[in-house]
Write a protein that binds this ligand. Structure first.
Ligand SMILES: NC(=O)c1ccc[n+]([C@@H]2O[C@H](COP(=O)([O-])OP(=O)(O)OC[C@H]3O[C@@H](n4cnc5c(N)ncnc54)[C@H](OP(=O)(O)O)[C@@H]3O)[C@@H](O)[C@H]2O)c1
Length: 295
């Protein structure tokens, strides 16, 4: 079964005010769909809405904070009442964090779970009856390679993205035999606002400092270099996601080259996967400790 998007389709995208969500919105608009754009920054949503109409779609803006259950319920109920159907639900809203485990405040831990995974549960649970009744539709959750393997200094995000993958895996088993599909997307680096919008400080800056340093560490200690993937544009990543959606029922999608193999390795043989990244993790520790010392 395929999930074709056309001019009769209603697509809901959370986190549509920038980055990957905005790029997916424009791609759905090119097929003539009605695209419901959800996020907190209304000005940015209005800009994306213009791009959606320019691309040939219709835009509906809903300003909402999806880290709150009542807001998630409001979003789905509003779509159900005004548009009456949901063909594609892209759970894309997400935010990372920067903190060692011992320095992660409980509020930061909870906010990572609220925006990255609780929102997916609340929105899906509310949208499912409508989609099951129509026996049609596709639920997408944007997890991350961090949903399959570990990264230092953002454990709350890593744990939340792992939870997203578990949730979608369970959802799929409840959808067996129906024409409603669910897919987890696992990107690696995408050039968006994400890396600098992380709660607790910029994880992008930490990687920027650690990657060159990891080369020296690898040379000095005879370690291998981390198998880093190429950063991707949001547009490139959105193209991969749209192809997966149009393919209908799919496995988890790893958008970046070789990351699927690393994820399998992490699940089956975590030590080997950790060894492959050792120089980078050591360099990140150095950079993180330096940042802490300089306050
Ligand atoms: N960039 C990467 O390297 C990367 C890699 C792997 C996975 N991902 C995942 O990809 C997804 C998209 O991120 P991106 O890279 O496109 O970053 P981005 O440009 O920062 O976009 C994040 C989006 O999430 C929205 N958002 C954040 N908190 C929200 C909340 N409480 N309620 C509603 N919307 C909220 C933001 O909108 P407002 O601020 O307007 O609310 C924004 O539209 C995220 O789930 C991210 O974790 C990104």
């Amino acid at each position: 079964m395929t999930s074709n998007i056309d001019s009769s389709s209603v697509v809901v995208i959370t986190g549509a005010s920038s980055g990957l969500g905005a790029a997916c919105a424009v791609r759905c608009a090119r097929k003539g769909a009605t695209v419901v754009l959800v996020a907190r920054r209304e000005d940015r949503l209005r800009e994306v809405a213009l791009r959606v109409t320019d691309a040939g779609g219709s835009a509906v803006v809903i300003v909402a904070d999806v880290s709150r259950e009542a807001e998630c319920i409001r979003v789905v109920d509003s779509v159900a009442t005004t548009l009456g159907r949901i063909d594609l639900f892209i759970n894309n809203a997400g935010r990372g964090n920067l903190a060692s485990i011992e320095n992660t405040p409980t509020e930061q831990w909870r906010s990572m779970f609220a925006v990255n995974v609780d929102s997916v549960f609340w929105l899906t649970a509310r949208a499912l009856p409508l989609m099951k009744k129509a026996n049609r539709g596709h639920i997408i959750a944007i997890s991350s390679v961090a949903g399959r393997y570990g990264h230092p200094f953002n454990a709350a995000y890593v744990a939340a993205k792992h939870a997203v993958m578990g949730f979608i895996a369970a959802l799929r088993t409840e959808l067996v035999g129906t024409n409603v599909h669910a897919t987890c997307i696992c990107p690696a680096g995408i050039i968006t606002e994400w890396a600098d919008a992380t709660e607790g400080g910029s994880i992008g800056a930490l990687y920027a400092a650690a990657i060159p340093r990891s080369r020296t560490i690898a040379r000095e200690r005879g370690l291998s270099m981390a198998p880093l993937t190429r950063m991707m544009s949001a547009e490139e990543c959105a193209d991969i996601i749209m192809s997966a959606i149009e393919g209908g029922r799919t496995n988890d999608v790893f958008t970046h080259k070789d990351t699927h193999e690393l994820a399998v390795q992490a699940v089956q043989d975590r030590c080997t996967q950790e060894d492959a990244f050792e120089a980078l993790w050591l360099a990140m520790r150095e950079s993180y400790e330096q940042q802490e010392r300089s306050g």
